[in-house]
Design a binder for this molecule. Structure first.
Ligand SMILES: Cc1cc2nc3c(=O)[nH]c(=O)nc-3n(C[C@H](O)[C@H](O)[C@H](O)COP(=O)(O)OP(=O)(O)OC[C@H]3O[C@@H](n4cnc5c(N)ncnc54)[C@H](O)[C@@H]3O)c2cc1C
Length: 381
């Protein structure tokens, strides 16, 4: 029985996604992790299923659903491959930025292919000067006539080497108070002066490619500008706060469910002292804690996303959900490894991957310390 009342269509979506994941993702989940490969063909199939533009209105080629449905999708994928869920989650960030801030022409130009699985999206904000310091941007954009010339380097960017359409922020001047003003641009793969650079060898969320984007005298036309000149801090904050953090929370709920289900399965199957491990009170305590964290994480996550689906701001609730679920997933994964004894440390079992994946969710979309700043700021306001 679900602890949250999803409607019939949402329940049906969950069943459909679960079947898709079991058929298409479960057989290759270990390979995705071991080889850190991004399965592009599968991504195309997901586009055909309507998953890549799940929250995009039908008029732009999307499935016309909401962010709750997106969370169901991410949770179900993450249950078996948090790395692949991360690639989909970040594709959605590029899509959401264009949907929320693009002109009608930009939406019609980019969204149908991004939704259909023909193109992959991404959002490139973080720079070597520090992801937490949004206003520390060193990348620049200079306006020359109607065009722009962009320079700089982005780092830790998901889908860096596979994205066809990237939303990129750069510094284009100062605002009236002398603070850096950022502008956003939609840059297509192959644009001269824009290329992936170093690829990171992450220990977790493998299968979502992460690396640098090098921007060297990259010329783009004025039509590439996303939103108003100098107003892209809002694009970054709104997309990361409203779409990225709840997305990371949904991925973490998937990891929490994986920990609960695997710990129950192992405890029932493993025999020790002539009886199932599940009979040992200390093991039952681990299972209880895994369940509590899963249910609490689920409630916080779907509450935050439900608020967003009503059209209200949900930044604080999303920060709370992201903080709770990402930290809880690390503890649940560690407990699951403890429960399994020596088997927990063997790569044939997935618990080690859960721990690596859970640790890697923490910086993405803003670290735990940054979530605490957001939550404390809202509480003290
Ligand atoms: C798997 C993964 C995927 C990612 N994908 C993307 C992506 O697609 N696009 C993108 O733009 N970025 C992406 N990032 C980057 C991510 O947003 C940054 O890693 C994150 O914002 C932190 O920035 P940083 O790594 O530079 O750490 P820093 O900002 O240098 O922080 C270092 C430490 O200092 C702490 N700290 C910083 N400021 C404060 C403060 N004011 N108060 C208290 N503590 C503070 C942090 O909590 C952290 O512990 C991704 C990261 C990961 C790990």
């Amino acid at each position: 029985m679900s602890i949250i009342q999803f409607d019939k269509k949402q329940e049906m979506l969950r069943r459909t996604v679960r079947e898709f994941v079991e058929k298409e993702i479960v057989p290759i989940a270990t390979e995705i992790d071991e080889q850190d490969t991004f399965p592009e063909e599968l991504f195309q199939k997901m586009g055909q299923m309507g998953y890549n533009g799940i929250f995009v209105p039908r008029e732009y080629g999307g499935a016309g659903m909401g962010y709750t449905e997106r969370a169901i999708l991410l949770e179900e994928i993450s249950r078996h491959s948090a790395g692949l869920a991360m690639a989909v989650m970040t594709h959605h960030l590029g899509v959401a930025a264009i949907l929320d801030f693009g002109t009608e022409e930009q939406k019609k130009k980019y969204l149908p292919d991004l939704c259909a699985g023909k193109k992959i999206g991404g959002l490139a904000v973080t720079e070597p000067s520090g992801g937490s310091d949004l206003m520390g941007h060193q990348s620049t954009g200079e306006k020359i006539g109607e065009d722009w010339v962009l320079n700089g380097r982005k780092c830790f960017i998901t889908n860096s080497h596979v994205a066809d359409v990237s939303v990129v922020t750069v510094r284009t001047g100062e605002d009236a108070k002398g603070r850096p003003a950022l502008s956003g641009f939609i840059i297509e793969k192959g644009n001269e002066g824009f290329a992936p650079g170093h690829k990171e060898n992450k220990f977790g969320l493998r299968g979502s490619i992460m690396g640098d984007l090098n921007i060297n005298d990259c010329h783009v036309s004025g039509e590439a500008l996303l939103g108003q000149e100098g107003k892209a801090a809002k694009i970054a904050l709104s997309t990361i706060g409203g779409v990225g953090r709840p997305g990371m929370a949904a991925i973490s709920v998937g990891i929490l469910r994986a920990c609960l289900e695997e710990s129950v399965k192992f405890a029932k199957e493993r025999v020790i002292y002539g009886k199932p491990l599940a009979k040992v009170p200390a093991i039952q305590s681990i299972i209880a804690k895994n369940r509590i964290d899963y249910e609490a994480g689920m409630l916080l996550t779907y509450q935050a996303i439900g608020i967003k689906d009503t059209g209200e701001r949900s930044d604080t609730q999303s920060a709370i959900a992201k903080h709770y679920t990402t930290e809880a997933a690390v503890l649940a994964a560690k407990r699951t490894i403890d429960l399994m004894g020596g088997y927990g440390c063997v790569n044939e079992y997935p618990a080690g991957r859960y721990l690596r994946d859970a640790m890697t969710t923490i910086p993405s979309g803003g670290t735990t310390q940054i979530m605490e700043l957001v939550i404390a700021g809202a509480s003290l306001a």
